[in-house]
Structure formats: structure tokens, C-alpha cells
Write a protein that binds this ligand. Structure first.
Ligand code: FPP
Length: 276
């Protein structure tokens, strides 16, 4: 099934609006929160909340393809989530495995490259194997890169990067003076993607929860009260339109931004930011 051909006329109108703004984020990261509270409020089990959360994942991935987004990263399971009751962890792993098995064909048909970050060897072997199989099979796809953060935490990745950097210094491949922002980023698991332009967090919580701490230095943050299972494509499009109305100053003043808009350095920054 080709999702672009499936775009409804209502969606086409908002997608055209988004595209006409000309500031499409390159990378959107999402903290999917509130499955449990959604279920609790409806009188359902937490499992039902996660199941409905998967429907939101499907819808947002599809919408991302339809707007021609380059990178979508979903925080699906943090290292801290291992502290949840074993029964819930086991259900989440089973749901993830079912999602991957079921969606594999459509992911590939829609030119999506699946990527995974996190301490993947702590996932159940069957999930880890499946992830390797799909990431390998889709590695040459050129549309959306869908990254699942699984058994991931921002601090864990930073510490891991520091360990690898230190080894390279010890082996004489690098000297401490060579270490810069840019070089450090290359040691993170996210080195093959741009920093997120926009972070969406559902369920009204105002925190980063150990997600892409280094990469989010200049991300715009959009928080909605909606729980993840109720967050669907219209909400996603509204978040993007809201992002497009913002002025990103990267530490400069508003006046500098306006002045620079006509200059080549501003043009270069925009080119870098939107990768044209
Ligand atoms: C947050 O809700 C959600 C999670 C910890 C898991 C997210 C997982 C899914 C949506 C399903 C599997 C993922 C993929 C990518 C197929 P919560 O349980 O923290 O809700 P609460 O804070 O209201 O209790």
C-alpha cells in the first residue's frame, strides 16, 4: 500500500499548507506519553492503552511519509522503563515484536529506513534479531528514517560516547584538543541523523525524561495535553504548523535574524538546517 497515494483530500490541504510554509522540520522526535492514563480514564487495562498507542504510532509514521519528513524518532522504551513491573515490560516487548512483524512489509513498501538506538542487546533476543533483520533489509531505502529509541537513555549514550572517545585518545588516534562539539556528536548513536528540530511530548508533562539530551540543545519543544493514544495526524500537523510559526534564533537576537535573512550567511544556515 502506497501511503502517499492514499492521502485524503482534507489531509492534502493541510499538507500543502505545511509545505507552503517552507520550513519543514528535518527531524521530529516524540516522547509518546500517557498510554496508561488514557486507559485508566477510559476504564481499560494499561495493555489496551499501549495497543491504542500503537495505532497512534501507525498514524504518525504514515503522516510523516505523507509530508515527506526525513527523520522521525520515537522514544518507545527508556532504560528507566526496565523498572516497571515485569508483566508490563513483557507485554510491551511482545507488542513491539508484533508491530515490527506486522508493519515490516508496509515500512519497506513506503521506502522507510528503520533504525534503532539504545542498548539493543538488553532487549529480548527475538526483538533484537527482528530489529537487525528489518534495519538491514531497509538500509538502502531513501524516504523517512524511522528511529525507535529502545532501552535508550540520553545519559547512557553520552557516557558510552565518552568511553569510546577516551579509548581513541588512549590509542593515540586523537588528542584531547581535537575534541569539539562536532567530533563528540560523531561518537553518539545518533551520529547519522541531524539534531531534532522539534520535540513533541504528549500528556502535558514538561520534562525531557533523559531523551536525546545532547541532540536537543536547540530543539523547539511542543507539549500537548493529549495522551499519546489520542494523538493522531491532525494533532501532529498542528504541532508542525506551530513550529513553523516560531523564530529560531540559535543564540542570536531577533534583529540579527531579520538582518541576516537577506544575507548569504543566513541563507547558508537555513540551507544547513533544512538540508536543501
Ligand atoms: C508511555 O505511556 C508509553 C510507553 C512507555 C511505551 C510506548 C510504547 C508504545 C506506544 C507501544 C510500542 C511501541 C512501538 C514503537 C510500536 P505510559 O505507559 O508511560 O503512560 P502513563 O505515564 O500514563 O502511565
Amino acid at each position: 500500500m502506497n501511503w502517499i497515494e492514499e492521502t485524503s483530500s482534507d489531509d492534502k490541504a493541510v499538507i500543502d499548507e505545511i509545505k507552503s510554509q517552507g520550513k519543514l522540520p528535518k527531524h521530529i522526535a516524540v516522547i509518546m506519553d500517557g498510554n496508561g492514563r488514557w486507559a485508566n480514564e477510559q476504564g481499560f487495562t494499561r495493555t489496551k492503552g499501549h495497543l491504542e498507542g500503537i495505532e497512534s504510532v501507525r498514524d504518525i509514521v504514515k503522516a510523516s511519509v505523507q509530508i515527506d519528513l526525513k527523520h522521525l524518532t520515537l522514544y518507545a522504551f527508556s532504560i528507566e522503563n526496565w523498572k516497571r513491573p515485569a508483566s508490563e515490560v513483557s507485554i510491551l516487548m511482545k507488542l513491539l515484536e508484533t508491530y515490527l512483524k506486522k508493519e515490516f512489509k508496509e515500512i519497506n513498501e513506503n521506502n522507510i529506513r528503520l533504525n534503532a538506538i539504545g542498548r539493543l542487546n538488553s532487549l529480548p533476543t527475538s526483538v533484537n534479531k527482528l530489529l537487525h533483520k528489518i534495519t538491514n533489509h531497509t538500509k538502502n531505502n531513501s524516504g523517512l528514517t524511522l528511529t525507535l529509541a529502545l532501552s535508550y537513555s540520553g545519559r547512557w549514550d553520552i557516557v558510552r560516547a565518552v568511553q569510546m572517545l577516551s579509548l581513541d585518545v588512549r590509542r593515540g588516534k586523537l588528542s584531547p584538543e581535537d575534541i569539539s562539539d562536532e567530533l563528540f556528536s560523531k561518537y553518539l548513536q545518533t551520529s547519522n541523523m541531524p539534531d531534532p528540530d522539534l520535540l513533541i511530548r504528549t500528556s502535558g508533562e514538561m520534562r525531557l525524561s533523559n531523551f536525546m539530551l545532547w541532540e536537543m540543545a536547540y530543539s523547539e519543544i511542543y507539549i500537548t495535553e493529549k495522551y499519546w493514544p489520542s494523538f493522531r495526524r491532525d494533532d501532529f500537523f498542528q504541532a508542525i504548523l506551530n513550529f513553523q510559526r516560531r523564530e529560531r534564533r540559535f543564540g542570536m537576537t531577533s534583529a540579527q535574524i531579520s538582518k541576516e535573512k537577506n544575507s548569504s550567511s543566513y541563507f547558508q544556515r537555513v540551507v544547513n538546517a533544512i538540508n536543501i
